[in-house]
Design a protein around this ligand. Sequence first.
Ligand code: C5P
Length: 241
Amino acid sequence: MTAAVIPAAGRGVRLGPGTPKALRALNGVPMLVHAVRAMARSRDVSLVVVVAPPDGAQEARTLLDDHARPDSTELVVVPGGGTRQESVRLGLAALPPEVTVVLVHDAARPLVPVETVETVAAAVRGGAPAVVPALPLADTVKQVEPRAGGGPEPVVATPDRAALRAVQTPQGFDRATLEKAHRTVALEGEGVTDDAGMVERLGLPVVVVPGHEEAFKVTRPLDLVLAEAVLDRRRATDGFA
Ligand code: C5P
């Protein structure tokens, strides 16, 4: 059985002040609802665990109950923690024993297409312990010596762009592998920004499959404009959003 865990406990400070990011609306529907629908749209996913802000589990539950979703998908809401890693760990703890494949998906990526979800899940079922969707980079990337305060930062290196990928979610895992990563890396998990990174620290292989431009992360105000434009285009072309 495949389950999706959606960490949605972040405050989203880069979007500006206000409600937690996952509860903000895109075309009138909260981002979290879009993200849950994106997972539930895949027939592979029979359970979605939403990890809500620590003090907002009831609000998230009410909000999800107020919006329609496919009947075939079970939905559980649990309170999250102070870091993304902690929130994912709390989501994993809510999975029933029959779950063998876990997709971890950021609530902040509400528009991921179902094809991407299924490509990731299929690769895990095909035997990969950890799978991430990713895209080549449009920008050249510089490694710098970070300077606080906005002063010019010295460039240290320019990695070969052809060998770099920008990773998205859902990231897919064999459940035992992800649980082991969270058990082992949890304490020294400083600087880990995604789940696959924890599996890498265990020395286990992580593979990349093609991501999708619509799986972008809603982080800054301009991303809200882009996300609503994508929804408008979907509504115009296939009547759903
Ligand atoms: O902060 P960042 O954009 O990396 O957050 C990615 C995802 O992790 C978001 O969906 C956010 O809600 C979630 N998160 C969480 N618990 C935290 C911090 C972030 O569930 N304490």
